[in-house]
Design a protein around this ligand. Structure first.
Ligand code: ZN
Ligand code: ZN
Length: 373
């Protein structure tokens, strides 16, 4: 019996160790490669954020282990085959391109507008981790393989956490036929890109903008505050910036939130751009709805679906699409919980199901052009 009990204890220890290592790669520990060359730390506008300490991290992981979180999914995560024929035809349509979003998985989306093909926070790897054997593992493959993408013109990177900045994915994109896309990244992240041999990079501070030429004229992209943090190692936390991207083309106003907790930053963003959006706000906002439980650990890092719907309202979005759920299990809620919670949140805040859509992985949503009435 003693032997059996000892075996149980060591099995429990092993499970705990494996769990800690798995989640540590996302939240606390990581490889000793720093991306920043800046001599100061960044901070949020409305919350003095302290990255999670080891004690809180272990408390969270222990409670999750004892309570058995995350629970298994009740139903498969909705997926459809990507309509590659349409995507590739639209990709080459120039000034006749229809604005679309195709959800590739997690925070990765292919957004087509103004004759441009753009990716948000591309991750196509098996794990969101610096390691190949440890770290959050995909529950489903990306809806479009890297080799099946159209030529990508532009990549937006919201911050340097592993599930948003994946080295293998950006390296592969940089070596696509006909040349590297332009990578727009937060201040401090450019040196990391240069370090992996990628040079077509522009880094931005909050409210700084960059213009790119499209078949439909100039497109302005503004980097905005959101409430989050950064870090790929224990040593570089808050060394590089994080944020959202507001993209303004004649036919399409788009916002990529990335990771955020809820803050008045979204009202500030709406106010800042109100003059150029007299009738309604953004035509498309990508809003994270996953990785929110437990609230005591996550609320300063990630919104829950109610707060996500509030962001939709703050930004006066014509259409929002939910992302950052269904692929990587990063928190205590089950992988299929977020859209259920989103339904309740929409009802609570009076937003229709179509206005803030939980689309399937691989689904393409075709959106009206801003210039068409
Ligand atoms: Zn993050
Ligand atoms: Zn994330």
């Amino acid at each position: 019996m003693l032997g059996h009990g000892g075996c149980q204890v060591s099995k429990l220890k092993l499970i705990l160790l494996a769990t800690v290592l798995t989640f540590a790669t996302h939240f606390v520990l990581s490889q000793p490669v720093s991306g920043s060359s800046l001599p100061f730390k960044f901070q949020n506008n409305y919350l003095k954020f302290e990255p999670p300490g080891l004690f809180d991290f272990l408390k969270w992981r222990w409670n999750a282990l004892v309570d058995g979180h995350p629970k298994p999914v009740q139903a498969p995560i909705p997926k459809v085959d990507a309509d590659l024929e349409f995507i590739h035809t639209n990709a080459k349509a120039g000034d006749r391109m229809q604005p679309t979003i195709t959800w590739v998985g997690h925070a990765t989306a292919l957004v087509q507008f103004a004759g441009l093909n753009m990716l948000t926070d591309p991750i196509f790897s098996e794990r969101a981790s610096p390691l190949t054997l440890i770290g959050p593992k995909r529950a489903q493959p990306p809806a479009i393989a890297l080799k099946d993408l159209p030529h990508i013109d532009l990549v937006l990177i919201s911050h340097n956490h592993y599930d948003h900045l994946d080295e293998a994915s950006v390296r592969s994109l940089a070596s696509q036929p006909r040349g590297s896309p332009l990578f727009l990244v937060p201040a401090g992240v450019k040196s990391w890109f240069n370090g992996v041999g990628i040079s077509n990079v522009v880094e931005l501070m909050w409210w700084q903008s960059h213009h790119v030429q499209s078949p439909m004229g100039s497109v302005e992209i503004v980097f905005t505050p959101v409430q989050h943090w950064s870090g790929r190692t224990l040593a570089d936390r808050m060394d590089t910036l994080w944020g959202g991207f507001a993209v303004f083309a004649d036919d399409f106003h788009f916002f990529h939130v990335g990771d955020t907790s809820y803050s008045p930053d979204f009202q500030d963003i709406a106010k800042r751009f109100a003059d150029r959006q007299p009738d309604h706000g953004f035509d498309l906002v990508l809003i994270p709805i996953g990785a929110y439980a437990p609230r005591w650990f996550m609320k300063d890092q990630h919104v829950d679906p109610v707060e996500g719907v509030q962001i939709h309202k703050d930004l006066r979005a014509r259409q929002s699409v939910a992302y950052h759920w269904g692929t990587f299990s990063l928190s205590d809620e089950a992988l299929d919980d977020p859209p259920v919670a989103l339904s309740a949140a929409r009802r609570k805040l009076g937003v229709s199901e179509s206005a803030f859509a939980a689309i399937s992985i691989g689904q393409t949503l075709k959106l009206p052009s801003r210039t068409a009435h």
